[in-house]
Design a binder for this molecule. Sequence first.
Ligand SMILES: [Zn+2]
Length: 264
Amino acid sequence: MKAVGSCSLLGARYYRSEGIVLRSFPTGEGGLVVVLLQSDGAKLRTMAWGARRLTSKKTGHLEPLTRVEASFSRGRGMDNLTQVQSIEAFSNIKEDLDATARALYFVELVDGFSVEGSSNPSLYKLFLSALRGLVNVHDLDTAVVHFQWHLLRICGFMPELYLCVECQKTIIPDNHRFSVDLGGVLCPQCGSIQSPSICLSLPALKVLRYLHRTSTLTPLPLKLSEPLKRQLTSILDNSVRHWLDREVRSKRFMDEVGSALAEV
Ligand SMILES: [Zn+2]
């Protein structure tokens, strides 16, 4: 039997669950495979039969970036999505190109880091909070840094910030290097011989340690300078790609939209 986490059980064959639609793709006979992050943080791949028919009541609720309440029946392979109702459509995000690009990046990361049948409630809370925060946030780049850091932390890939990942010496305030492969900060001695590594200035180390101390739902109240944002983005982009072991396709779109809008 598949894990159902915090889902409401309606019987051995049926259950209900809240979730956010990550993606969907068509399959034979008008069916749609729908991938959701459930409210317990587990990924669920489910079959919505008939969802591609024009008369289907399910279609409008199964767009990516829609929070839904849905009912499922257990299947031999994938479970079947039998009923679905939108709870939150994130319309404000979808009306804003820059916010949409960031949200699609969040979706791809959540899809990549979440695991079917493995609950992680903090992941759902982070995802929902990050999506809602995209609308009113003063700096979308900083919101992405915040999301990347907490995603890595929640999924068990938090970088080491207090001990050198090579020699284990305590890291004291200084300009350091960061090793993506080793997963954390290098002291000046190890940083001079470890390759490859990324520059980690003292302000960047302080921001990462601040993120380490604060909760998932607390937005960064700091105004980050452009050089500092570039440094943090380099460290976190590379860390995310390292753990996913692939390029993040939506990253390029997000960067292109950000650059184009900055020139307007
Ligand atoms: Zn060292």
